[in-house]
Design a protein around this ligand. Structure first.
Ligand code: ATP
Length: 601
């Protein structure tokens, strides 16, 4: 098996051979033959890195490669993480990177690339190093601002215009931008001056105009000079005064500006200072956790014991700093053991960040669906699922009892409850995240992307309420019970099921036993508890909000189920941990395989 070539349909091999044909390099031509990569063996082709038979790196440095690379040369190399053509003689425009989201390092330095730096580089969320120095690149520097980006060098090119005012670019050394005659503004020492270059035709027109009135101008000038001489002494005194005032004013403006920069550069802590600042987050090592509906999350390791998560928000309403702050400060005082607390936030015109503690055992979506069918799968036991349902119900109940004060108009307290927003910390404590953000998001975007807005009442009456959270909770519990991916919150491209309709149909047609995830259905004595929890979930998913229970009632019903399960559990009463490695007991009833939905979206 290990020796099998794994060439991913040959598309990656073809992409590399297309590159080879551009370079016309005899050594590569003789080397890049036969099988490119074998599964679990080092790659056979020079300069190519593979993992599991997929191309993850192209490193062809100092090889005298010449020729042009096509703009779409990399589209089929979707697993690419490292790309280096350093010190060759490659010319033409830089290729596009729109399909290479895994790229972390790009080095095209020391070539003859010309034309603009492609904007597709801005979409690489995990890019850490970008080396473009010593080329002939023109136009402006794109507004790079990926948090992961630690090194950028565009020196010795033909770039021009002001360096964009992004946190990432502004934190670089001026040497990263040196030797670009047209580049200006900080961090480069060359200031940007406003040029008033009038077009040629206008110049001609002006000179013609000037020649007609030249005599008048001269007479006027003589008069002015005469007047100037007469009033010279008096005006000198006035000028001095004016100049002193201007200097004072400039000094004041400078102080204001510095204060503004200082103000912008600070994190606002919700409760207490945490002993780190924005700079610490920006300079520490960062790892992408994933892209959500409202931004990307990064894991930032500040030191051995402290790991934070920075959520970089996008698609927000246009909010002023005060409005943004007011919305977040309204969450101060929300404390519940099952709510992930917001620790700090950051606002500037271009950047809005939220800072949370890192929950090291990941999210419940991965816990339910991750590693299915592999030996790495850790069974997610029935009692652990019941504990998660209980904790999430308690968190929602707490949110419903403590509405966020600045948001009386936002009636769904969470608004986006789904399994990827339920996290597990190192002790498997359940932490509901992403609450309290509804008021930051414009309604059209919220209605497309947030779970509460997928509820029947929003579809029909364009209304959400705390009962929409109850509906989202019902869908979440159905996901826990069935092991099937719910439509509401499934990642793009994953098979999923409208669980509410699917379960109703299953109950109506009396194939109830097939509802439960095979992994839990096989557990001894679990059935009656699972059926009770299923009934709770079905009630929560009622089409009419009025028929759904309040969260307090849901908590009580789940506690009844827990009590029943503990009694049935031969008196041992121990609930398994969410990451329980123990093997399930004897199988009892038929069940689905979990994971792959029969009904696609
Ligand atoms: N504090 C945290 N600790 C650990 N993982 C986290 C933390 N916050 C977010 N994540 C993970 O980072 C990834 C991206 O999270 P994010 O909230 O941006 O997107 P999402 O939950 O997939 O969708 P949405 O934007 O709709 O909430 C998810 O896998 C999420 O579980």
């Amino acid at each position: 098996q290990d020796d099998l070539p794994n060439d991913f349909d040959g598309t990656e091999r073809n992409a590399l051979l297309a590159l080879l044909s551009e370079f016309n390099n005899p050594f590569l031509k003789s080397n890049w033959t036969s099988i490119m990569c074998y599964k679990n063996k080092p790659p056979y082709w020079f300069g190519i890195q593979c993992v599991d038979g997929r191309v993850t790196g192209i490193v062809l440095e100092n090889m005298g490669l010449a020729g042009n690379i096509k703009p779409d040369a990399l589209v089929n190399l979707t697993q690419l993480s490292v790309l280096s053509f350093r010190n060759n003689s490659i010319s033409g425009n830089v290729m596009g990177f729109s399909y290479n989201h895994k790229l972390t390092q790009i080095d095209l330095s020391g070539n003859m690339f010309d034309g603009p730096i492609p904007d597709s580089l801005l979409t690489l969320d995990f890019l850490e190093s970008l080396q473009l120095q010593d080329n002939m690149l023109t136009d402006s520097v794109p507004a790079f601002n990926q948090i992961s980006l630690r090194e950028v060098n565009v020196s010795n090119n033909r770039l021009s215009g002001p360096i964009p005012n992004t946190i990432v670019l502004q934190s670089l050394n001026s040497s990263s931008f040196s030797d670009n005659p047209g580049l200006c503004g900080p961090p480069s020492p060359i200031p940007c001056t406003i040029t008033n270059n009038t077009p040629n035709s206008t110049n001609t027109h002006h000179s013609h105009f000037a020649s007609i009135f030249i005599v008048v101008d001269i007479i006027f000038l003589i008069l002015v000079v005469a007047l100037f001489i007469i009033y010279c002494r008096k005006s000198r005194k006035m000028k001095k005064e004016k100049k002193r005032k201007l200097v004072d004013q400039e000094e004041e403006e400078k102080v204001d500006k510095n204060m503004d920069v200082e103000e912008k550069g600070k994190l606002k802590f919700m409760d207490k200072e945490m002993g780190f600042e924005l700079d610490d987050l920006l300079t520490a090592s960062a790892e992408g956790l994933g892209k959500g509906n409202f931004g990307s999350c990064y894991k930032i390791r500040l030191c051995e014991a402290v790991t934070m998560v920075v959520k970089r928000l996008r698609d927000l309403k246009p909010l002023s700093s005060n409005e943004f702050e007011k919305n977040l400060q309204a969450m101060v005082g929300l404390t519940h053991p099952n709510l992930l607390p917001l620790l700090a936030y950051y606002y500037s015109t271009n950047e809005k960040l939220l800072i949370y503690r890192f929950a090291s055992n990941g999210n419940v979506y991965n816990r339910i669906h991750g590693e299915r069918g592999t030996k790495n799968r850790i069974p997610f036991r029935w009692s652990a699922r019941l504990s998660v349902a209980h904790a999430v119900a308690r968190a929602l109940h707490y949110l419903h009892l403590n509405p966020i004060s600045s948001q009386p108009h936002i009636t769904a307290a969470h608004g986006n409850l789904k399994s990827s927003n339920v996290l597990l910390d190192q002790n498997d404590a359940v932490l509901v995240s992403d609450y309290g953000l509804t008021s930051l998001i414009a309604l059209p975007i919220a209605s497309q992307r947030m779970v509460s807005y997928k509820s029947p009442e929003y579809q029909i009456h364009k209304r959400v309420s705390p009962k929409s959270d109850v509906w989202s909770f019902g869908c979440f519990v159905l996901e826990l019970l069935t092991g099937r991916v719910s439509t509401h919150g499934a990642p793009v491209g994953v098979n999923c099921v409208d669980l509410g309709s699917w379960v109703h149909r299953a109950v109506r047609e009396e194939w109830t036993a097939e509802i439960f995830d095979g992994e839990i259905a096989a557990e001894r004595g679990a059935n009656s508890g699972m059926v009770r929890l299923l009934e709770v979930a079905i009630k929560c998913c009622e089409k009419s909000p009025e028929k759904r229970p309040e969260m307090g009632e849901v908590v009580r019903e789940i506690e009844d189920v827990i009590e029943m399960v503990e009694e049935d559990d031969d008196g041992d009463g121990e609930f398994s941990s969410v990451t329980d490695y123990s093997v399930p007991a004897t199988p009892v009833i038929i069940a689905n395989g979990g994971g792959d939905g029969d009904y696609e979206r």
